[in-house]
Design a protein around this ligand. Structure first.
Ligand code: AMP
Length: 439
């Protein structure tokens, strides 16, 4: 079945699901849905390689809803694990939307808030659980949850789970589940280490795949600006955000500190219609910020990679990589926030001299050269601050050293002479001399 000719009718879903799909306005199944849904309905274990934005959530949610049909008993029959609270909530909301004409009961479990309400929901009876691994285990250990009826187990964003160090917890969850069940393993990327887990968690799986290149090549316009430093990046950001077409903009940075820095500038110099989310923000603040962004009440959301996970906001006009990610798959995740489903999106990266190395690696990953835009004349060029200059030079030295372990940069030599012993060790990763040993 090709995607062009496929229709939701082909899946022989029940009427309740068709009606919900209709309400959501989905015209035809996406590629991953065409590939995964029939296999899941047939009872196979499935390894699905698809990113956020491809419709992969509905690809596993629809067959689960179809199989479970209606509320039954007290104990859950479906379990979906997701790496972050945001993503778990996203999956949960998808289930509520697609299952709105069924009486199936879904509970979403995540940390950061008290567990009493979540425990009460489970005790009242549920059919599907969506959870982050840690909170699921906490609730199981509290003796509230029975797992013996679970017939379908989904690991969503498995690559992210691994990056976040969740594998030991996931193994513990698996020990609680019946041996005989259907296992669905979804991941945005599929490097060797993820492949290994995929085959550990599934039995004779059918592998289905939609390539990230599909997304990046066809739906998202990508460009980059070479920008010398942070303050010039702020000026460029202001220049862009002042344009009308930049209506709903997700700005990515690498760290929490930088998220706060960029946000403070945005709020002070560019627009008050902005918020910031990162892991140090309270759960309620993050949820409200995402809600405001979703509803179009704010124009700019500044986020780190982890916090942006699972944000499902329609019609993001632009993704701006204020800083280029140094985990390269993240680039694909980030830009997948724009151009979701059938929409066309634009992703813009600000590349400073120490980012050039990373952007070249990203271009290798996506098998594509990103178009370089000239810095607009209106954008004032700022001096690079001494601290930033030093950090960039160190980073560039580090990159050259990565490619050539014998490389000793000019900066490296100079700094080695100037820095105090401790700072030098820190900067160049030397093992500190243990003076005490001499005694
Ligand atoms: P996901 O990849 O699951 O994060 O889904 C990305 C977005 O696509 C969500 O907003 C879904 O509601 C939407 N979506 C899922 N399936 C379809 C479809 N067949 N047609 C149009 N939009 C869809």
């Amino acid at each position: 079945m090709s995607q062009d000719t496929a229709s939701f009718q082909d899946f022989k879903l029940n009427k309740q699901l068709f009606n919900a799909i209709d309400d959501l306005g989905y015209q035809k199944p996406s590629e991953i849905q065409v590939k995964a849904i029939p296999r899941i309905l047939n009872g196979h274990d499935v390894v699905g390689i698809a990113q956020t934005g491809t419709g992969k959530t509905a690809a596993f949610v629809l067959p689960i809803l179809m199989k479970l049909k209606y509320a039954q008993g007290k104990d859950p029959r479906g379990l979906i694990l997701a790496p972050t609270r945001e993503l778990a909530m996203q999956v949960y909301e998808n289930i509520l939307e697609l299952g709105k004409y069924t009486d199936l009961r879904t509970v979403c479990l995540y940390g950061g808030i008290g567990s009493k309400k979540q425990e009460a929901e489970i005790t009242a009876g549920c059919d599907i659980i969506v959870a982050t691994p840690g909170r699921l285990l906490d609730i199981y250990n509290a003796g509230v949850l029975k797992t013996k009826q679970i017939k379908t187990f989904v690991l969503d964003e498995a690559d992210r789970m691994m990056d976040m160090g969740f594998m030991p917890q996931i193994r513990r969850v698996l020990e609680l589940l019946p041996m005989k069940k259907q296992n669905l393993f979804f991941s945005a990327t599929f490097p060797e280490k993820v492949e290994k887990y995929a085959y550990e968690f599934t039995d004779f799986p059918e592998k289905v795949e939609v390539t990230p290149e599909f997304m990046t090549a066809e739906l998202i316009e990508q460009k980059l600006y070479h920008v010398p430093n942070f303050l010039t990046k702020i000026n460029l950001l202001k220049y862009l955000l002042d344009k009308e077409e930049f209506s709903k903009v997700l700005v990515f940075v690498r760290t929490r500190t930088n998220a706060n820095n960029v946000f403070n500038f945005v709020e002070r110099k560019i627009t008050k219609d902005s918020r910031v989310i990162h892991a140090n923000k309270a759960q309620s603040t993050r949820i409200n910020a995402i809600k405001d962004f979703k509803e179009g009440n704010i124009k700019v959301l500044v986020s780190t990679d982890v916090s942006a996970r699972g944000i499902d906001v329609d019609e993001i006009s632009h993704v701006i990589n204020f800083e280029v990610p140094n985990k390269y798959e993240e680039y694909v995740h980030r830009i997948g926030r724009t151009g979701r489903a059938e929409h066309h999106g634009i992703a813009i990266s600000f590349v400073d001299p120490s980012d050039i190395y990373h952007i070249e690696k990203i271009e290798e990953l996506i098998s594509k050269k990103i178009a370089v835009e000239e810095l607009p004349k209106e954008v004032e060029l700022m001096e690079t601050m001494p601290k930033e200059k030093k950090d960039m030079a160190l980073e560039i030295d580090r990159q050259k050293h990565l490619d050539n372990p014998d490389f000793q940069g000019a900066f490296h030599e100079k700094k080695k002479k100037n820095l105090s012993g401790k700072a030098r060790d820190k900067a160049f990763g030397n093992r500190p001399k243990d003076k005490r040993r001499k005694k």
